[in-house]
Write a protein of this length. Sequence first.
Length: 320
Amino acid sequence: MPAGATPRQGELQMGHMPVTTDDEDTSSVTTREPLGTSRIAASLKRARIRQIQLCSRGLRLVDSVPRTFAVIKWLRRLPVVRTILAAMTGYNKPFSSLSNAEAAISGYEGGGHCSVEYLENTAAHGQRLQLSDYPALFYIRPLLPDIKTVFDLGGGVGSLFYSYSKYIAIPSDLTWTVYDLPKTLEIGDRIARERSERRLRFTDRITDGEGVDLFIGCGSLHYFEMPLPDLLTDLTRKPRYVLVNRTPLVDGPPVATAQDGGTYRLACKLHNRLDLIHRFEAIGYELVADWRTSEASVIIPCYPDLSAPNYSGMFFQLKG
């Protein structure tokens, strides 16, 4: 996840470059030129984002036809073709690391994880279940009597808690801790207080997930460079159960790219499915179940072979 908030799309940090002459009113000149320049820069940025979105959409349609993709796959080996495709798709391409993807969307992120639109989208998930929530609830429900602590990694404003509480009876003595960015946590805490919801807690420390009964990574693991099992390795006491859900995974090599939310962009990492399972097994977990849903995808233009055509879910428990 990005470390913090960034200016929204269209907002620029304007400086002053005084331009003066002997016979002009300097006050009007000082403010007018930077304002005009910033408006032009903002317009060019919006145009560039729109161009990237349109080209990416068109190329994805072309990629969906096996024969045409076979041609593109052959052509993209040529340096000149790769250069042209990179110019057309901008940040919508494969990267070797999450930090490289973050650098590519820098200036285009439109607020990223802290944008109003993104926060509204995540909060809206608390109003209804997603398709991928049904298998998750199937495995959580029978364990509820023994679950007293939950850690929700990247849980936003507590959307998953509110969504699940409509369909399963979450005990009154259960503590559900949400980890996210500071701005998001402030909003989540305010909503919880307005609803007099005392089961929710908010934190910016992953170590607060140590020894919990249930650790949840729902719709968040692809915003971390490090696979979840590697994060759990730092915990002295491992969670008893781990739910991975709404995660784009690939069967090939891990790759980073960008997700375009229309008004905001997010860098993400597509981790390898089998590698993730093996890493969990290496730290003492066993896979109970896994599933895939078509509710979302991450398709890289011209690289569908490196993409995640669906989202995945997994449920793990500690051995013994």
